[in-house]
Design a protein around this ligand. Structure first.
Ligand SMILES: [Mn+2]
Length: 258
């Protein structure tokens, strides 16, 4: 774990992401990976709300290749904004409810950026669809959202990851809509018992903490986002929220576990 770096929800803020990675010397001035064998992990929600979501994805995809060549790793979990962007690409006009909403209208309402959709190409789509819903890294269970709903999609990490992907394979627009609605859930891990149960369900004997994004720390701590530069650790130390809220004005931060 000594050589791991975590970054929360970037939401199109490529400039902030670059500043963070340069500051911890994972990239050089030409934005090349110099992290050698380090592991860099993202919490998802690369796109929407901020100016350059596709720029963020392109940069992270490139870093992932460079890191792999150097013996390092770039990992990420799937965020709901990444998911809906792909849903909009495949099924923009799918009718989701009697009120006439579609993936396109929902995406726009939730901060969708037209230029992201225009620039989204098939390699971005393939890459996004490969992102797992959850992963384990050292002592940490990594998941986008602080939410219980994942448990309705599978008993193991592999099952949940499979079911997320299968919704696209099956062109199951109702299922995708339900999943996106499920992401409205937050704050579940403030309940220590729930957090413990979630961790036991998906973790293993090494797992000690859950790390997540999705809910900007200001919504838990009340601190103004501009001042948030450290993780929010809660549930008796069991949970680590690293979503500083870059789209709300936080410069973001890099979290390095002990
Ligand atoms: Mn999210």
């Amino acid at each position: 774990m000594g050589n791991s770096y975590f970054i929360g929800d970037v939401h199109g803020h490529l400039d902030k992401l670059i500043a963070l990675l340069r500051n911890v010397q994972l990239v050089d001035e030409k934005l090349r990976w110099i992290g050698q064998e380090a592991t860099l992990c993202f919490m998802g929600d690369f796109v929407d709300r901020g100016p350059d979501g596709i720029g963020v994805i392109d940069f992270v995809m490139g870093l992932q290749r460079e890191a792999a060549d150097a013996g390092g790793r770039v990992l990420a979990v799937m965020g709901n904004h990444d998911l809906i962007l792909v849903a909009v690409r495949f099924f923009p006009q799918a009718l989701l409810a009697y009120d006439g909403s579609t993936f396109l209208t929902n995406w726009r309402r939730n901060g969708g950026i037209t230029s992201d959709l225009e620039r989204l190409n098939s390699s971005h789509v393939e890459w996004l669809l490969e992102l797992p819903a959850m992963l384990k890294l050292g002592k940490l269970l990594v998941v986008h959202a602080d939410a219980w709903f994942y448990t309705r999609y599978g008993r193991t990490i592999d099952e949940v990851n499979y079911v997320f992907r299968q919704l696209f394979e099956d062109k199951d627009t109702d299922g995708l809509d339900r999943l996106l609605e499920d992401f409205a859930e937050r704050f579940t891990f403030r309940d220590f018992t729930k957090a413990t149960e979630f961790m036991q369900r998906y973790g293993d004997t090494r797992t000690r903490q859950i790390i997540h994004g999705h809910t900007p720390i200001t919504k838990l701590s009340g601190q103004p986002s501009e001042k948030i530069t450290t993780p929010y650790v809660y549930a008796e130390g069991l949970c680590i929220n690293i979503d500083g809220g870059m789209y709300l004005g936080s410069p973001g931060f890099v979290y390095r576990p002990e």
